[in-house]
Design a protein around this ligand. Structure first.
Ligand code: PLP
Length: 291
């Protein structure tokens, strides 16, 4: 894999997906795409997936596809035709990277309940550069604030919905206090839930732990990491975790598709020591995502 540290700035590539399994077509990023009465705009009502594109292909594609279907089911949207989403993704990757196919990008699948006037879902795929901040955080880590999550999504099944407004407000609040990211805790038990847009992973020796509990979005990155690490002899488990457990671990990480793994360097003002096996954890995840 080349050019992982530096991806030149490029124009986004967009493909619209006909929602009932019809055609996919390219859309110019300079032209509008979503109408004024789309449920995504008026209600934040829809689902999405963020995927890492690495060396010409979407990493962890099967897990993203499965979660996308589960999210649609949870919101009672028509089942997405995955082969069409994959076709649009591959076309967008080819257009974005050209023949060499090297480097990284971010891909987003967005699927909304659609226009009030038509009732048809709106669906599109974007491939675009990864935010420079993410690349920087992979190298430097992040200072994190824990905060109770005071809202609960009513869906019975976990879904990756478009409704991140409360999360974004919490991130703004944390940034205003000098933190770079947030870990949500359960307001009743104080147990760790998940990052604002990531899954929490704690490492102690050969033990990898991720929080167990209700209301945690099942992360595709954590799942890939745990499957691969288990094969390599690590002991991986979901269990109840307190913020203190994170502080006392060898290392604590925020993992998600595009950021891959970012180390928590400071939790609520307490500096977390730098582990000597950070590179090993990153290598594990990179290998897990390359399968
Ligand atoms: N939890 C939340 C709330 C998220 O928003 C995300 C990703 O955006 C994750 C976990 C990590 O999921 P994944 O590893 O599939 O990107």
């Amino acid at each position: 894999m080349k050019n992982m540290e530096f991806t030149p700035r490029k124009e986004p590539v967009i493909y619209v997906v006909e929602p009932y399994g019809g055609s996919v077509r390219k859309h110019l990023p300079s032209l509008p795409l979503v109408y004024w009465d789309d449920a995504a705009v008026t209600r934040g009502d829809g689902i999405f997936e963020s995927l890492l594109i690495r060396d010409g292909k979407a990493a962890n594609l099967a897990r993203h596809g499965q979660r996308f279907i589960n999210s649609a089911l949870a919101l009672e949207l028509p089942e997405p035709q995955l082969e069409k989403w994959e076709e649009a993704t591959n076309l967008a990757i080819a257009d974005y990277f050209g023949p060499d196919g090297q480097g990284e990008a971010k891909c987003t699948w967005t699927y909304t309940r659609g226009r009030a006037s038509t009732g048809h879902p709106t669906a599109w795929v974007v491939v675009q550069p990864i935010d420079a901040k993410i690349i920087e955080q992979r190298a430097k880590g992040v200072k994190v604030m824990t905060t109770p999550r005071l809202w609960q999504v009513a869906e019975e099944l976990p879904a990756k919905t478009l409704n991140y407004a409360a999360t974004m407000a919490t991130l703004r609040l944390a940034r205003g206090k000098g933190f770079e990211d947030v870990i949500f805790t359960d307001p009743e038990t104080g147990l760790v839930l998940e990052g604002a847009t990531s899954t929490v992973v704690a490492v102690r020796g050969d033990k990898l732990r991720t929080p167990a509990g209700k209301g945690i979005l099942p992360g595709t990155t954590q799942a890939a990491l745990f499957e691969y690490a288990t094969e390599k002899g690590y002991r991986c488990k979901a269990k109840e975790i307190t913020p203190g457990y994170l502080e006392r671990s060898d290392s604590a990480w925020l993992v998600s598709s595009v950021r891959t793994a970012v180390r928590v360097t400071n939790l609520d003002g307490t500096r977390l020591k730098a582990p000597d096996n950070a590179a090993e954890i990153r290598d594990l995840l990179d290998a897990a995502l390359a399968r």
